[in-house]
Write a protein that binds this ligand. Structure first.
Ligand SMILES: [Fe+2]
Length: 183
């Protein structure tokens, strides 16, 4: 599977533009993490890109979310490692995070929400001027973008990253695709 095929499949299954943007942002951070750790950038990037592909098909039913997604990406030709990371990013199934890829996706997923929320409260609503220091500050404000699970983001420690570095790397990665996100 290549990126174009992955994107085609997302277009066929996800209408909500913000959800597609979330998946693009997750891809960007996963690629940056793969480069940081000398891992397979395509594999990590496509895992991030595809991780919520079933979100509309499952209509928000967390009992099937990510199970269906894992099956779908297998059909698209994703590796078992990718399917596993996608499956266990939803804690509901009780499948433990095993590989570095599993853990990277798990902590990246909520970081995108925090970064995008921090962008949207800026007067210009642009990623370009957003500083890592203000994302770090927002991280500590528990009521800000409360859906972006802080404990989950902090699990970056499990892949060997300090929170500060994770936020810096994540912000730079998302800023790199600002035009695609319209932010
Ligand atoms: Fe997600």
């Amino acid at each position: 599977m290549n990126r174009e095929e992955a994107l085609d499949s997302i277009k066929a299954n996800v209408e909500n533009e913000n959800m597609v943007k979330h998946m693009l942002a997750t891809e960007a951070i996963m690629r940056a993490l793969a480069r940081r750790f000398d891992e397979d950038e395509e594999e990590w990037g496509l895992t991030g890109l595809l991780h919520d592909i079933d979100v509309e098909l499952t209509e928000g039913d967390m009992r099937s979310h990510s199970k269906l997604g894992a099956d779908l990406v297998r059909e698209l030709g994703a590796s078992e490692a990718m399917a596993h990371a996608i499956l266990c990013h939803n804690k509901r199934h009780g499948v433990s995070l095993e590989t570095k890829l599993d853990k990277a996706l798990f902590c990246t997923d909520p970081l995108t929400g925090l970064i995008i929320a921090a962008t949207l409260v800026r007067p210009d609503k642009k990623l370009a001027g957003l500083e890592a220091s203000s994302v770090k500050k927002k991280f500590k404000e528990k009521s800000f973008a409360a859906g972006a699970n802080r404990e989950q983001i902090a699990l970056c420690s499990e892949i060997g990253l300090e929170l500060d570095e994770f936020i810096e790397l994540g912000l730079a990665a998302v800023q790199g695709i600002a035009a695609d996100l319209g932010l």
